[in-house]
Design a protein. Structure first.
Length: 351
């Protein structure tokens, strides 16, 4: 949908009043505006514009104690409860790494940010810090829980508050999803370079050097490097991992943030087009109907082969990745067996 610039602040506020139960992202899409513009239209009404500067935001979030971290793309949402500890900043990439909150963050995409206080039906309030990219799409959100340090909220808000509370956001067009880029003429070179990999982080550099991208390389590589799976593979995988009590790693992200869950999963439920993991400290919401391709990929590491199952949408965008836990050899072996048992899709179907 094309973005609209024709709505006044008053009209956006009225649309919010007319649709009190609609999620902000859904209402913004309905209006043809960005989610950041929707929030900016409510400055002074529970919404405060704050700095998106990561090196300022992260120490402030750490003072809030236990919170819920949320990262999403258009097809998948991941939510983890924990504390923001062990932040490691950097101009191009930054990390939060601990047992529960595990983030890879890219500050170049952190353009706008807001503190939001939303009244709830029971008379309480839901407090959050929300970060958006240059297109006004959500990059990362932090929601306070009952167990959070609410007494720190006022100080955090004062520290992060933008001096100029302007709702004028120069929103840029969304970046188009990069379609698969592959070259079958380079298949032998791809295999040779793939064989040199000793760490999964080397993969994207390798395919970029060959002027391909992730999905394009998968379509070219063939066995034993990759195997196309049926689109039902992700839901099958989650259910089987649950039944086995098997720890897994789930990666969900966008251009500005990747959030990771490591551990077992307990509750998997399908609701319409959604498949959901609904555990006390980890939630996943995946649009099964958005999955167009699923690939098993194998990449060598110093600790053994990293076997992943990766889902892509119809435009070629990466929805999520699921890995075994290499640090636990017995679990990794069970994971490899589980993935090996997933049904293949004939390669010509995605060639």
């Amino acid at each position: 949908m094309a973005r609209s610039t024709s709505f006044t602040v008053t009209e956006i506020q009225q649309a919010r009043l007319d649709n009190p139960k609609m999620r902000e992202r859904d209402l913004a899409d309905k209006l043809g505006i960005s989610e950041a513009q929707l929030l900016a239209a409510h400055l002074g009404q529970g919404v405060t514009r704050i700095t998106p500067e990561m090196d300022v935001l992260m120490p402030a979030i750490m003072r809030l104690g236990e919170v819920m971290a949320l990262t999403r793309n258009k097809s998948c949402v991941i939510e983890k409860t924990g504390v923001y500890a062990d932040y490691r900043g950097g101009p191009h990439a930054a990390l939060v790494v601990n047992d529960e909150i595990d983030l890879r963050m890219f500050p170049g995409h952190w353009k706008y940010a807001f503190a939001v206080v939303k009244p709830l039906d029971d008379g309480s309030e839901r407090r959050s810090l929300q970060v958006f990219d240059a297109a006004g799409d959500a990059v990362h959100k932090v929601f306070l829980k009952e167990t959070s340090q609410h007494e720190a909220w006022r100080g955090v808000l004062a520290e992060l508050r933008f001096p100029e509370q302007s709702g004028d956001l120069p929103i840029l067009p969304r970046q188009k999803t990069e379609a698969a880029i592959g070259d079958h003429a380079k298949a032998e070179r791809l295999h040779a370079e793939w064989d040199k990999i000793t760490d999964t982080h080397q993969f994207l550099q390798m395919v970029k050097k060959l002027t391909m991208n992730r999905l394009g390389a998968y379509r070219v590589a063939g066995a034993p490097y990759v195997r196309p799976l049926q689109t039902s593979a992700v839901s099958d995988l989650l259910e089987k991992a649950r039944d086995l009590g098997l720890p897994i790693m789930v990666f969900v992200g966008n251009r500005g943030c990747i959030e990771i869950h490591t551990g077992p999963i307990e509750t998997v439920k399908s609701m319409g087009p959604w498949i959901n993991v609904l555990d006390p400290r980890f939630n996943l919401h995946l649009r099964n109907d958005h999955i167009a391709e699923v690939w098993q990929a194998t990449k060598a590491t110093r600790r053994g082969d990293a076997v992943s199952v990766e889902a892509f949408d119809a435009e070629g965008g990466l929805i999520l990745q699921v890995f075994g836990v290499l640090a636990e050899p017995e679990a990794a072996e069970k994971w490899n067996d589980l993935v090996a048992g997933l049904p293949s899709l004939k390669e010509e179907a995605v060639a």
